[in-house]
Design a protein around this ligand. Structure first.
Ligand SMILES: [Zn+2]
Length: 181
């Protein structure tokens, strides 16, 4: 359920069989999110929200409603761009260097640019659409190299270097950007 709150904007209410109390946190979109026990009514959820205003105001960095909406919009645009680009770029490099992967997933985690799992799924962050192309390509080549080395060993870095000789400076420059919105 979503509560439209005058002060906090849209508040996400998650009913959780495992939670015994009310817990407030910030969702990736910057919205306030509250986790409540499974059978909590809407009425009760709103009451919890009202009785915790002071604490929430002090402790949680909630984006205001217009910022929340701006982020939604930004994410949508980025997702559309990413969908039309990243899977094809990945495929291009995989073919070029003879890698085979199972699946390409698009993510919007706040912390990582990409990942490669043992079932050969490569995840790429849609935030890559905001960084310069050489850095974007570096992340793709980095994840592809993980198909052969599931670690950051010397052999791994040697493989990355064989596709991107400037990988060190790309890795460093990437730190100036954040994958989140
Ligand atoms: Zn890595």
């Amino acid at each position: 359920m979503i509560i439209s709150d005058k002060e906090f904007g849209e508040v996400i209410v998650r009913r959780n069989a495992l939670s015994s109390g009310v817990k407030f946190s910030i969702s990736t979109s910057g919205r306030l999110s509250m986790s409540v026990p499974k059978y909590t009514s809407d009425f009760l959820a709103k009451r919890f929200l009202n009785s915790n205003r002071e604490v929430i105001r002090e402790k949680l960095p909630i984006k205001n409603p217009s910022e929340q909406r701006a982020r939604d919009y930004q994410k949508k645009v980025l997702m559309k761009k990413a969908r039309e680009y990243l899977p094809y770029r990945l495929e291009y490099y995989a073919k070029l260097y003879g890698y085979s992967y199972e699946k390409c997933r698009l993510s919007h985690a706040n912390t990582r640019w990409g990942s490669c799992s043992s079932n050969r799924t490569i995840s790429l962050n849609i935030g890559l659409m905001k960084v310069p192309e050489p850095l974007r390509d570096y992340v793709i080549l980095h994840e592809l190299a993980h198909l052969n080395h599931m670690d950051h060993s010397r052999a791994f870095w040697a493989e990355v270097a064989s596709h991107d000789k400037n990988y060190k400076s790309h890795e460093k420059k990437l730190k100036m950007y954040s994958p989140g919105l």
